[in-house]
Design a protein around this ligand. Structure first.
Ligand code: PGA
Length: 241
């Protein structure tokens, strides 16, 4: 695992965007595994700036997102589809037909999940999977548990995650109680994993990711089994290591 510690959030975002831009330049039809949340917003802004400067071109890029609330409609401004359109897809020349976010309106969840996993396989896995990390060490919505699922599945969100995400909603009661998420094996289909973290509230999770034994009670610790993981975190997130 390669760890890059930056001074602050802006520097983390710039470094992450540089790494993503290299991947896009080297393989114009690359498959980007994308993530939502506060953490990657700065990276998306930097990627948009690079696109506007003519440095990168998204015309042939394909993307597939990690997770989505369930149930939620794509035009709900808290949905991850809405987030991706707002922060990246509507601002660059990516063909939206080449983007996938789990469908928060899927009626048959089992069928949807196996079709999503099949699509990931049809893409040949991702060239890079961007991840944030939960305060509890979750990746995607793979929450701490005795067992972790391999593939895309429906998950019940933990009270900690509902509380952490309630800042985006009018009230905690409005946070969906479930989500669709790639599983651990789905994430591991990435040739490269890029995990971003910023702020003191991520310090315990980053400390566990770097130092703790591998445990499903901190899903991020499994990442040390993947051959190509880069962690870019700021000094605050690294402060307990
Ligand atoms: P955040 O979420 O970027 O909003 O902190 C990360 C996560 O929960 O995976």
């Amino acid at each position: 695992m390669k760890i890059i510690v930056t001074k602050n959030y802006d520097e983390m975002s710039k470094k992450a965007a540089e790494l993503m831009a290299e991947i896009i330049k080297n393989k114009p039809d690359c498959v980007l595994g994308l993530a939502t949340g506060d953490t990657p917003i700065g990276m998306y802004n930097e990627l948009v700036a690079k696109y506007e400067a003519g440095e990168i071109d998204f015309a042939a890029v394909r993307s597939i997102n990690l997770d989505e609330y369930y149930p939620i409609s794509p035009d709900n401004d808290q949905s991850y589809r809405y987030f991706m359109n707002k922060h990246l897809f509507d601002r660059v020349n990516i063909d939206k037909a080449n983007t996938r976010v789990p469908d928060g309106t899927a009626e048959n969840v089992r069928e949807f999940c196996s079709a999503y996993e099949a699509h990931l396989d049809a893409l040949g896995g991702t060239d890079v999977q961007v991840l944030g990390i939960g305060r509890n060490g979750h990746i995607g919505f793979n929450e701490p548990d005795a067992e972790l699922e391999r593939f895309t599945h429906l998950v019940e969100l933990t009270p900690d995650t509902i509380e952490a995400n309630s800042r985006f909603f009018a009230s905690e009661a409005e946070v969906p109680k479930h989500a669709l998420t790639m599983g651990i094996h789905s994430v591991f289909k990435a040739r490269k994993i890029l995990l971003l973290a910023s702020g003191k509230n991520k310090a315990a999770a980053i400390n566990a990711l770097v130092k703790s034994n591998i445990t499903t009670s901190c899903p991020a610790t499994l990442l040390c089994l993947h051959p190509d993981v880069t962690v870019i975190c700021d000094e605050d997130a690294y402060s307990l290591v």
